[in-house]
Design a protein around this ligand. Structure first.
Ligand code: PRP
Length: 216
């Protein structure tokens, strides 16, 4: 059996995924309280590496990790050359355009200023709709329209609490996001058996715990 390396996005997905792994009898070596970034379940030959969400696609695309678990948001933004194998239906949220109430988004005579961490997604959404100027920010983007840096934001919405707390509202829905299992294209061919075993165990968990069984 070949060692399978799995890159896990730290943060929101990590917490849920560790519970799932436990439920399907994996991840015995992982100590969530430790600062270590690499753990190995030697009995099943699985290595887990914990990386920043934005880096998961890079690790998988370069083949340093065979598989990754990461949000659809990151996958869409990064457009990596990888396979998407499974929607885990956890860490669900969606992208939206948001701003102060009644903000006029569409105006053929004016460029809309959009603050976001997701420049590609913003550009793609507005491509045929409205001329925009994107302003890249690394986080706390809700601040931008409040202090006049932008007219609107493109960001993830989960509960809507952050928008509400800052007096902003959702103006346009863009797309759904949830955690996905992705694979390196070459690994998928050469470690098909190992990858498939892991993915099918997760799929079974997903199907038993799913409110949306139509997901792929
Ligand atoms: C994300 C997102 C929003 C918030 C949405 O930020 O960018 O700010 O969560 O969640 P809510 O709808 O439940 O309030 P995150 O906490 O990941 O930090 P960031 O602002 O640094 O991106």
């Amino acid at each position: 059996m070949e060692m399978l390396t799995i890159a896990i996005a730290k943060g929101r997905i990590e917490k849920d995924l560790l519970c799932i792994l436990k439920e399907i009898g994996l991840g015995a070596s992982i100590d969530p309280k430790s600062r270590k970034l690499v753990f190995i379940d030697s009995d099943v030959q699985i290595k887990y590496i914990f990386v920043k969400p934005v880096d998961v696609v890079t690790y998988v695309e370069k083949g340093v990790a065979d598989i990754g678990v990461v949000g659809k948001d990151v996958i869409v933004e990064q457009e990596g050359n990888i396979y998407e194998l499974l929607d885990l239906n956890i860490a669900k949220c969606h992208f939206a355009v948001a701003g102060p109430p009644l903000t006029q988004i569409y105006n053929p005579n004016k460029r809309l200023r959009v603050a976001t961490k997701y420049v590609n997604i913003a550009n793609k959404f507005f491509e045929d709709r409205q001329q925009i100027e994107t302003i890249f920010l690394n986080g706390s983007v809700e601040l931008a329209p409040l202090i006049g840096l932008s007219d609107v934001i493109v960001d993830l919405v989960e509960t809507g609490n952050t928008l509400r707390a800052n007096g902003l509202e959702e103006l346009e829905f863009i797309l759904e996001s949830s955690a996905r299992v992705v694979s390196n294209r070459v690994s998928y061919q050469f470690k098909f058996e190992e990858i498939n075993k892991f993915v099918e165990a997760l799929r079974e968990w997903r199907n038993n715990n799913d409110q949306n069984p139509t997901a792929k």
